[in-house]
Design a protein around this ligand. Structure first.
Ligand code: NAD
Length: 487
């Protein structure tokens, strides 16, 4: 089936104080379709000036009527935003697919429904938040009072643009904050449409602001440095996280970081191999491998190593790399020329390090334009190869055999990252034992990407600071005061 994707790509403007506006100096940059290398439209290029306007608008809105809205009123607005996202689901999915190169069916079945659910989930969750009270004998009553943190900068990556933006914006608004958002420069479209949706849903002017632009010396650093931004919620690379932390340190901003991963997928010989392979195809190559949770380091216990490789490689060879609009496409285009070159440079490293390519490693035949790469399986690399240690963020996995439980735990932890891990085994005691020793914030046993939005989400080591999800998110977006009444 071929899906019509001639949705008008949009020219993206900033959204400041409830209005779509150009940059003061009228500067724009081109938005490129990664599947065709054609220009989709223009994007206003913001900098310090636009960020100053946006932060001032957010501060005024924070001190205005937004402060006096009740939890029920804000919950209703969140619910309405979720509903409007679903009303425009197909349009948003098409824009997301055009912007990112991911298959339309994936955007339409995962990214956009989950973006709506992020709002619906927090609309329900926020009304159940209670405060603590401690009665200290007959001396005093202590109780906690929760208030917004203030103006929050939300800085986003390009891999799951609307899904991740809404994951941050919903709890931010739930707790009564105002926001200045900077989407990734490569994926500006769905964030822009979300601003229309927020306005239609009744979000007052200035509560949500959007400034397009780049990172360093552009809109990104302007938000991180701004003295009147109280907190930053950032998703992206660890190196960018460090830069933001340095910039934010002058004004001691509150920080939430969700960073990269080099996640181990550990397969013991007693697991159900058919199920392992089916899930491992997804955990390796869904969204072109451009998901922070992808299990890019696969460790297989020696007795099933050859059988795994044989069956896995056959299935991976059958994956269809193709145009994002085609319903039978499994793997779409990588996000940009720059990223495509970066992923290819890792393949070069693998070749130089003596890696054995079981499949992939090249552009698929017949796809001459666009940033397409065949799903790639590499074996035979030393654990010190950069391909085994660093995040590639593309359709590339390494597979390594292991003999002992302790050995695989050591290898799994032998990285600066600590985002997620998957353990495949039917031995209950081993599952718990290994899970307790893997240094990762999210550990799945016999599954992958099974999420419950109440649970803590985030990484340790260089994979992040803090957790989001349910109350963890609401804690970040609020400040607690303890109030003591002497009795
Ligand atoms: P990136 O760090 O290059 O960019 C992310 C955002 O930061 C962009 O909007 C960019 O413009 C901005 N930015 C860049 N330099 C900046 C600076 N100096 N100051 C302020 N802002 C700046 O990341 P990316 O390439 O867009 O995304 C891929 C990365 O994101 C991968 O490492 C991936 O693992 C990670 N990621 C993590 C999660 C998670 O939940 N842990 C989810 C998705 C992606």
């Amino acid at each position: 089936m071929h899906v019509e994707t001639r949705v008008q790509a949009i020219n993206c403007l900033h959204f400041i104080n409830g209005q779509f506006v150009e940059s003061q100096n009228q500067k724009t940059f081109a938005n490129i379709n990664p599947a065709t290398e054609e220009v989709l439209g223009t994007v206003a290029e913001g900098g310090k000036e636009e960020v100053n306007f946006a932060v001032a608008a957010a501060r005024r809105a924070l001190n205005g009527n937004w402060k006096n809205t009740t939890v029920e009123e804000r919950s209703k607005i969140l619910r309405r935003i979720g509903d409007l996202i679903l009303e425009r689901q197909e349009e948003l999915a098409r824009l997301e697919s055009l912007d990112t190169g991911k298959p339309f069916w994936l955007a339409n079945s995962v990214d956009i429904p989950r973006a709506a659910y992020n709002f619906h989930f927090f609309a329900d969750f926020m009304v159940s938040v209670n405060t603590d009270a401690n009665l200290q004998d007959d001396k005093a009553l202590h109780y906690t009072h929760r208030r917004p943190v203030g103006v929050v900068g939300i800085i986003k990556p390009w891999n799951l643009p609307l899904l991740l933006l809404t994951w941050k914006l919903a709890p931010c608004l739930a707790m009564g904050n105002t926001a200045v958002i900077k989407p990734a420069e490569w994926t500006p479209m769905t964030a822009t449409v979300l601003m229309e949706i927020c306005k239609e849903a009744g979000v007052p002017d200035g509560v949500v602001n959007l400034v397009h632009g780049f990172g360093t010396n552009s809109a990104g650093s302007a938000i991180s440095e701004h003295p009147d931004v109280d907190a930053i919620s950032f998703i992206g690379e660890p190196g960018t996280g460090s830069a933001i932390m340095r910039a934010a340190s002058t004004s001691l901003k509150k920080l939430s970081f969700e960073l990269g991963g080099k996640n181990p997928n550990i397969i013991f010989a007693d697991s159900d191999l058919e199920e392992v392979i089916e899930t491992t195809i997804k955990s390796s190559f869904i969204n072109q491998g451009e998901v922070c949770l992808c299990g890019s380091r696969i460790y297989v216990e020696r007795p099933i190593y050859e059988e795994f490789l044989d069956k896995f490689t056959k299935k991976v060879k059958a994956l269809k790399v193709g145009k994002p609009e085609n319903a039978d496409t499994n793997v779409g285009a990588l996000i940009s020329k720059e990223h495509y070159d970066r992923v290819n440079s890792y393949l070069e490293i693998a070749r130089n390090d003596g890696g054995n390519f079981l499949t992939g490693g090249k552009r698929p035949e017949g796809l001459d334009e666009g940033y397409f790469l065949e799903p790639t399986i590499i074996t035979g690399l030393d654990r010190n190869s950069r391909c085994v240690r660093e995040e590639i963020f593309g359709p590339v996995v390494t597979v390594t055999p292991f003999d002992m439980e302790e050995e695989v735990i050591m290898q799994a932890n032998d990285t600066h990252y600590g985002l997620s891990a998957t353990i495949w085994t039917n031995d209950l005691r081993r599952a718990h034992r290994v899970a307790h020793q893997i240094e990762a914030g999210i550990i799945w046993v016999n599954t992958w990407f099974l999420r419950d939005l109440r649970t803590p989400f985030g990484g340790m080591k260089h994979s992040g600071i803090g957790r989001t999800g349910g109350m963890h998110s609401l804690d970040f977006y609020s400040e607690l005061s303890n109030i003591t009444i002497k009795l």
